[in-house]
Design a binder for this molecule. Structure first.
Ligand SMILES: [Zn+2]
Ligand SMILES: [Zn+2]
Length: 524
């Protein structure tokens, strides 16, 4: 296999030529499936764009569902529309350049001065400076034309000298901006041209990123992106028909605006100044930007945040009767979490007894990694098979090392190693003395528990993170595992000279601290 190292990544804008080049098929019809549920040819579900049905083969690469990566299609727009995410950039170029000659409206010597200052990094800054100067110019120094004013009515409507200027005109304007002027805004003209911000052809994403789902009732339900693409294709066709039929300008402009609306909401259905596209049920559509952005977006949800195994989460409650270094774990949770136990010469007998006499052992793992589930029927078989080199996966038991954590994890003491203590109930129990390092209280706080799976992991937890060794705070050198609040006031009240107990109360307290005989009372 040839291994190569990535030295850099560059983000670019797709040119119309590129969109057409990477397109496996031009999409021409808004229909998705025919009466028999078969993908329509030239439609959004055409098999040239990839397959989502396990039986079918892709018509572009010939491979089946698992192997085919999916392929882009393309959609030719009858009239160009703005890519709303770029309207800020279009606005900047319109402010800085002349509508007649498309040059930056500053004299050549000024531009030459900026060109000398330009580095590969400072283009955006220089572009801002130039725009601030050039937008105040009244007359173009190159062609002597009136410069005029540009207003952007967000997100996509432009006005030039208070008159609407359409995407076709803006595109012509952008096309004429010379490369040497574009460089001053930080563009690399060989890879990006501003007229590409105005779409004439749209890439249609592969079906694999917008799969249909078949509901139990047998009704097919389409992805939100497909719904939006259907809208775009419908309006595109209607616009074409009206232009061909020579419809009045007003109707054509209305349809053109509608096409712009659908393209804008296809990219971002939360664009300021545009009502979000909704389903009949009233639910807003989840389009491209919504898929990526925010907590539930691709980055934070699927890429940064990954699921963890051998972990549990529950509410915490106090229990002053357990050790500070213990954590009370509900039986229900302990039975779901497993610990691998290596069979050695020294513990072989013990493990055989564990398998034979308890229901704690769940799996037998042989040295070749094959596993066998242990149950009542094959217990003896398993006991006989167990040998050095085997592993037994068992339920969590008293004394096992576990990591305990409360978010936000602000310092290293937010995660400590405890010893498990299996208890009835449904909450994790901690001694209130370890509240401080976790900054925990019991008004509904939840905490996470992790079970180390290797000897190294267990040892590391015990040597570096065990509660016993973390009493002194590394931050301020005084104890952080301390008795506080209720505990302190309780002890104060308990040890006052005036505090008296009945015989029954005294018996209970003495028993709790391990005294079996009652000393003589102080007072009657
Ligand atoms: Zn394919
Ligand atoms: Zn000019």
């Amino acid at each position: 296999m040839l291994v190569k190292k990535i030295s850099s990544i560059q983000f670019n804008v797709l040119s119309p030529a590129m969109v057409r080049k990477m397109s496996a098929l031009e999409i021409k019809t808004p229909d998705t499936y025919d009466k028999d549920g078969y993908p329509m040819e030239g439609g959004l579900m055409d098999q040239h764009l990839g397959v989502i049905n396990p039986g079918l083969r892709c018509k572009t690469c010939g491979q089946k569902m698992k192997q085919c990566p999916g392929h882009f299609g393309s959609l030719e727009l009858v009239r160009p529309v703005l890519h709303s995410e770029f309207s800020k950039r279009i606005e900047q170029l319109m402010h800085a350049t002349c509508k007649e000659c498309s040059r930056i409206a500053l004299p050549e010597d000024k531009l030459e001065y900026y060109r000398r200052m330009l580095t590969p990094q400072n283009g955006e800054i220089i572009g801002k400076k130039i725009t601030a100067k050039a937008r105040k110019v009244k007359k173009c120094p190159h062609c002597k034309a009136e410069k005029g004013t540009v207003v952007l009515d967000k997100p996509t409507n432009f006005f030039f000298n208070k008159e609407r200027i359409y995407p076709t005109q803006i595109r012509e304007w952008m096309e004429k901006i010379p490369e040497k002027d574009l460089e001053l805004f930080g563009y690399r003209p060989e890879t990006i041209r501003p007229e590409w911000f105005i779409l004439t052809v749209m890439p249609v994403p592969p079906v694999t990123i917008r799969p249909s789902i078949t509901l139990e009732s047998g009704i097919k339900s389409e992805d939100d992106l497909t719904h939006k693409l259907v809208d775009i294709i419908r309006i595109n066709l209607r616009l074409k028909d009206n232009i061909d039929a020579g419809a009045p300008q007003l109707i054509i402009e209305d349809l053109w605006d509608l096409l712009q609306y659908h393209v804008t909401t296809y990219f971002d259905n939360n664009t300021a100044g545009v009502p979000p596209a909704k389903h009949r049920s009233g639910r807003a559509l989840r389009t491209l930007v919504q898929r990526l952005k925010g907590k539930k977006g691709r980055f934070r949800h699927n890429l940064t945040g990954k699921r963890v195994n051998f972990a549990a989460r529950s509410t915490i409650t106090p229990d002053p009767y357990i050790l500070i270094s213990e954590v009370g774990i509900p039986e229900e949770i302990a039975n779901e979490l497993t610990v691998p136990e290596m069979v050695t010469e020294w513990n072989k007998k013990e493990i055989q007894a564990l398998v034979k006499d308890t229901d704690k052992a769940i799996y037998l793992v042989r040295p070749n990694e094959t596993r066998k589930k242990i149950d009542e029927t094959n217990k003896q078989e398993a006991v006989d098979e167990i040998d050095v080199g085997f592993k037994v996966e068992r339920k969590l038991m008293d004394g096992d090392v576990v990591l305990f954590n409360r978010q936000p994890s602000l310092h290293r003491l937010s995660m400590l190693a405890h010893k498990a203590r299996i208890m009835p109930g449904r909450t994790f129990r901690i001694n209130p003395i370890v509240c401080k390092p976790y900054n925990a209280d019991f008004d509904g706080d939840e905490m996470n528990l992790h079970v180390p799976q290797t000897e190294e992991g267990k040892t590391e937890a015990l040597e570096l993170m065990f509660v016993r060794d973390q009493v002194i705070s590394p931050r301020y050198g005084a104890p952080i595992i301390v008795l506080a609040e209720d505990g302190v006031t309780g002890l104060f009240a308990l040890t006052q000279n005036s505090t008296e107990f009945t015989k029954e109360e005294a018996m209970k307290y003495f028993y709790d601290i391990g005294l079996k005989e009652i000393p003589k009372p102080d007072r009657g």
